[in-house]
Design a protein around this ligand. Structure first.
Ligand SMILES: *Cc1c(COP(=O)(O)O)cnc(C)c1O
Length: 395
């Protein structure tokens, strides 16, 4: 029976390979950084990490982790409500609340869990969730676990959002849900218009700031700050696994009542382990670095503007973006794979994305800029993109 089952799986895996969508993993043997090395000795400049602020291997962050290891041990062997809450967990929750200007924060093992556990405890069949069509998989899964009626609006289409809000008007509570920055396109949610519609139709807003917390907006508070409506989003979820250190962990921040209810009923919080003290110590160091100092965020946004100007001037088709994500559109799946492979040979690590990660016919290279990049890294990448682009007839 198990032999038969494994053969059945192998057949499906072969089909994935035949379709050209099988995902391979490259084995890195250096810390995460602007320049990384692979097991086979290759060294490349990395343009595909979520290491936006360059904190993944920052000395102060590593020191924060070590300090907490010494003072609070390695693990807690417990969920939060039994014996997994230390003083530093409460301190980090307070620091995240202060950063976003919210009342309280609840930590999770990952933002996948924060999004998976945010809807069901707060909303039921009397309520409505109105969700952007391109929202992250974890939001989609979280909504599936909740009994609220679901409405979907076309990506970033404010006319369609208004239409869905009208359709949901008779529901008790209405929650608009959007990514703050959309990971595949790099566009920022139209939070100003979303806030205006939420006020008009008496709805609440939740945003997932995984690709924006720490750097989008003048002081890095995210998409609401970028659009001048900081403080108007009711519930924010985010990750500690991208710009904010890149280790592990997620959070939901908002009113004290929302967070109190999540602590009672959110299943990924109740039934999954507490974050390791080392992660908490590192995260506290992250907030020490970014709370009142925008220099990393400013460097990142400078780098992004520098790169964007030059990649567009080189003749590439880049999706409109004001974030640190640039989608270089190739439209053709095999071409995107070939392009990424050639870039790797030129010492630039980027990934080609195609269906089902992006819609059919929308194949692209996603470029992620970091504060860890120096101008020389960016120049080298532009040169390589131009060379490969000409070689493959893209520009
Ligand atoms: C990465 C990501 C997540 C998941 O975050 P983890 O902490 O890695 O689980 C959730 N939402 C969005 C928009 C993301 O990009």
């Amino acid at each position: 029976m198990s032999l038969e089952f494994n053969q059945y799986l192998q057949q499906q895996l072969d089909e994935i390979k035949a379709a050209g969508t099988f995902k391979e993993e490259s084995v890195i043997c250096s810390p995460q950084s602007a320049a990384i090395s692979f097991k086979d000795g290759r060294k490349v400049i990395n343009f595909c990490a979520n290491n936006y602020l360059g904190l993944s291997n920052h000395p102060a962050v590593v020191a924060g982790a070590k300090k907490a290891l010494d003072s609070h041990g390695f693990g807690l062997s417990s969920v939060r409500f039994i014996c997994g809450t230390q003083d530093i967990h409460k301190e980090l929750e307070r620091r995240i609340s202060e950063f976003f200007g919210t009342e309280d924060t609840i930590l999770y093992a990952a933002c996948f869990d924060a999004n998976g556990g945010v809807f069901a405890p707060l909303l039921d069949e009397n309520d409505a969730i109105i969700s952007d069509a391109l929202n992250h998989a974890s939001i989609i899964d979280g909504i599936r676990l909740c009994k609220a009626e679901r409405y979907r609006y076309d990506h970033a289409d404010m006319n369609d959002l208004e239409k869905q809000l009208k359709a949901a008007q008779n529901k008790r509570h209405k929650l608009i849900v959007t990514d703050g920055v959309f990971s595949m396109d790099g566009d920022i949610a139209k939070m100003g218009e979303i806030v205006a519609l939420a006020e008009k139709y008496n709805a609440m807003i939740m945003s997932d700031e995984c690709h924006s917390a720490g750097f989008i907006g003048q002081t890095g508070r995210g998409s609401a700050e970028y659009h001048g409506v900081h403080g108007k989003v009711n519930i924010i979820t985010g990750t500690l696994g991208k710009a904010l250190g890149g280790g592990l962990g997620g959070f939901t921040t908002g009113s004290k009542e929302v967070v109190a209810m999540l602590r009672q009923h959110s299943r990924p919080y109740l039934f999954s382990n507490s974050l390791s003290p080392a992660i908490i110590g590192a995260s506290l160091a992250v907030f020490d670095l970014i709370e009142n100092d925008t220099s990393l965020r400013d460097k990142l946004m400078d780098n992004a503007a520098y790169f964007k100007e030059r990649i567009i001037a080189a003749g590439f088709d880049i999706k409109p973006t004001e974030s640190a994500i640039m989608a270089l559109m190739l439209y053709d799946a095999p071409l995107s794979q070939k392009f990424a492979k050639r870039m790797m040979e030129e010492g630039i690590y980027v990934i080609g994305f195609n269906f089902p990660v992006v819609p059919k016919g929308q194949a692209r290279i996603r470029i992620q800029i970091s504060a860890a990049h120096e101008k020389a890294h960016l120049d080298k990448a532009i040169k390589a993109f131009t060379k490969v682009g000409k070689e493959l007839g893209v520009i």
